[in-house]
Design a protein around this ligand. Structure first.
Ligand code: UDP
Ligand code: MG
Length: 314
């Protein structure tokens, strides 16, 4: 029988884990596939760990990896993908916002011959208007400037064939926007739509800061336009300053009407100073990313909790 790995990053989800586990087991009871449930505990500070250990004891199909610290959703997912060896791998959230009832559809698409089956959130119940708007605009901007198409409303809920997972393991950049990375990999990809329900329990673990980080990573990873934009602004301002300089020369030598007023000069200095700082800032963003990558640090560290685990890294 074919095995499906289900990879689930969890961070402080003590009230969700058991319910999630039961729903997954229920779904697979009706299917002709075996499953393994790979939880990645992303440094939880509540009772998630104990609950996961209990589940492991109760059901052999459950395996958990405990990260040494909170490394973020994208790295926790990466760790899960590194350790999932089913014939197909499904990644999903553990808070029931990615409905397990969709799994049979994902598998059916895979059996049709697709290597990657993405899901797209048509809408999310109970999400704020602000989040909806910012998300919609973000994808519009991202797609205008990016080199690959990134689907609006894309969720990190998807099925990947084992061969795609193996290929994905070779991508080792630190600043990762998994949605875009997989989209850019090729293979036969398709998507299905769903409506995301509210969280089963608890609150979102994505702080506005984490969201902003992910958003900036998405732009920086798939576009060098911000860098080029700095260059264009620089060119534009250079051109403007030449015209201004000509204007000053003409005023002085043709009309003998010396330009009075330090205000103009100050304004110019401020303007160009601003432009230079903007460009430097953009360059700084990229340079800090280059620095992160060349350090080549492990993407995540697995805690030493379980005796049978060697301290694995990557
Ligand atoms: N998550 C994680 N590490 C984090 C933040 C979130 O592993 O630093 C997990 C979380 O437990 C959940 C999934 O990632 O299973 C999605 O997070 P959440 O539901 O908070 O995000 P939202 O649905 O609000 O975008
Ligand atoms: Mg959620």
């Amino acid at each position: 029988m074919k095995i499906i790995s289900v990879v689930v990053p969890v961070y402080n989800e003590e009230d969700n884990i058991e319910h999630f586990y039961r729903s997954i087991a229920e779904v697979f009871d009706k299917l002709d596939y075996d499953f393994e449930l790979n939880f990645v505990d992303d440094g939880s500070k509540d009772h998630s760990r104990e609950i996961l250990r209990e589940l492991e004891k109760k059901d052999q199909r459950v395996q958990s990896i405990f990260l040494a610290k909170n490394s973020g959703h994208q790295l926790a997912l990466t760790c899960g993908l590194d350790h999932a060896d089913g014939d197909a791998v499904i990644m999903m959230d553990g808070d029931m916002q990615h409905p397990p009832e969709l799994i049979p559809t994902l598998i059916a698409k895979w059996e049709e011959g697709y290597d990657v089956v993405h899901t797209i959130r048509k809408s999310t119940e109970g999400v704020s208007v602000l989040k909806k708007l910012t998300s919609a605009y973000y994808y519009k901007v991202l797609n205008t400037i990016s080199t690959v198409h990134i689907q609006e409303g894309g969720a990190d809920f998807r099925l990947m064939d084992q061969k795609v997972v193996k290929a994905f393991r070779r991508y080792r950049e630190h600043a990762r926007f998994i949605r875009g990375m997989i989209g850019s990999m090729g293979f036969k990809q398709t998507y299905i739509e769903f409506v995301a329900p509210k969280r089963f329990a608890g609150v979102s673990k994505f702080s506005p800061r984490k969201m902003l980080h992910l958003a900036v990573d998405g732009v920086m990873a798939f576009s060098s336009l911000p860098l080029r934009m700095g260059l264009y602004i620089g060119f534009g301002c250079g051109f403007l300053s030449i015209i201004l300089f000509l204007h000053v020369l003409v005023s002085k030598f043709v009309f003998n009407d010396a330009v009075a007023g330090w205000a103009t000069i100050t304004a110019c200095i401020l303007f160009f100073g601003g432009v230079q700082l903007t460009v430097l800032g953009i360059m700084g963003e990229y340079i800090s990313r280059i620095y992160e990558e060349v350090k080549n640090r492990p993407l995540y560290l697995i805690g030493r909790d379980r005796p049978k685990d060697e301290p694995e890294t990557n």
